[in-house]
Design a protein around this ligand. Sequence first.
Ligand code: BES
Ligand code: MN
Ligand code: ZN
Length: 492
Amino acid sequence: MPEIEFITSSVADPAAAVKVELVEEGALRSPLASLEGASLEDFAAAGLGFNAKAATTLLIPLAGSAPVIAVGMAAGTEDADELRKVGAAVARAAKGFESASIVIPSYLENLGPMSLRYLTEGIVLASYGFDKYHTDPEALASASKLARVTYVVTAPEAIGATEEIARGVAVAGATCLARDLVNEPASAMTPTVFAARAAELVSAHPELSIEVWDEARIQAERLGGLMGVARGSTQPPRMVKLTYTPKAPVEKTVALVGKGITFDSGGLSLKPADGMTTMKTDMGGAAAVLASMLALPGLEVPVKVIGFMMLTENMPGGSATKPGDVLVTRAGKTIEVLNTDAEGRLVLADGLALATEESPDYIVDIATLTGACVVALGREIAGVFTNSQELVTDLGFAGDVAGEQLWQLPLPDRYRKHIRSEVADMKNMGEAGQAGAIAGAMLLAQFVGNIPWAHLDIAGPSRSSSADGYLPVGGTGFGARLLCYFLEEFGD
Ligand code: BES
Ligand code: MN
Ligand code: ZN
């Protein structure tokens, strides 16, 4: 996780290794503070091709003083994600320097401390790298060196700036933790390791408590869905329950449920080789739940949150569940497993049953559930399904602010027939070639009763194939920020 210190000051950091100026598009002629009255035009910026378009950068070396980086931004932009991308552009351009002093334009300062929060998030998110397994010095040398950022503003003591920057660091840190958990190879991030890591991280926060169920407990608690998936693996499953109890008294409780398939081979309905290469990502939902909940104490979220992480491998061992087998879930409902690769809904059925037993006000599950959702919405937008429109409105708003977009797909009663089974209460797949993401959500809906619930299908955005803006290659940590912003909203 990038460790960067953020400071607000009314004067530029004289020791900064690089000075950063945010230039509104079309403002190349205005003098830049760091260039002592000169404008970018005086430095032949036009000749260098710099036009200050959003998130473009120009490094200007200066004789005898720290270089200046000009970073373009859309004129007057107030959009959270645009500002996050400006922050990312700063971080990428300044990654070779240990410290940067950033002049904040007055319009941004006047927008209030949230603008500094979004910039901060972009800087932290874009400074992330997963270098644990690199030994090549060249690869390691490309890691960000940025350790100190000074925001130069006219009123550094302005109410809330420090707090909002700290919140930005907290939610971006949550995203980076989720990325780390996803990027770790599956054989190094087994259910046992995930649960132990959760326990270790939780121990630093008195507001959080953890309960870890091992195989025997999972069996005793009749989590038939989770056991049915775990049977094919030599790695034992785990169910991790986290509880966040804020210091202040609360009115509401939110339950989160995360899909934590630490590796999805497909089971006996084995995936083809190409489809399996990225399946260490299949615990991205559980990673988002753990990471967001660890940020709640720092964000002082005023709502009780209970998180359930359903952790197992999906492997085709000799004891594996076979197509045609019937599982009896925690809720007592039975599921005919016709495709062992549709395993996420089996473990979530138990997770949603556990969540429902707590009678929370809301349930949100998050899962890399279906390839069909990737087909429908692509790699940058997650699907959302619900029995409560109000909840989706709130989640959608949180997603927009977090830069993690949701798009609602329907959950029509008429498609209940898609998961009708001849031998059990339901089957674990829909009709071939039809509405696969809906079929998955439809099964989940059978386990939440009347509690307002939303299901986030993050199969698409959970990983990225190229570094773009504040996104790295590999795990994106999608969902961690969205859940933080969603839960923060309960304070207002
Ligand atoms: N983990 C996969 C979904 C997935 C696919 C995530 C691509 C990320 C990228 C899930 O367990 C799965 O295999 N789903 C099947 C369901 C089908 C067998 C009904 C799918 O989508 O093909
Ligand atoms: Mn699968
Ligand atoms: Zn899966």
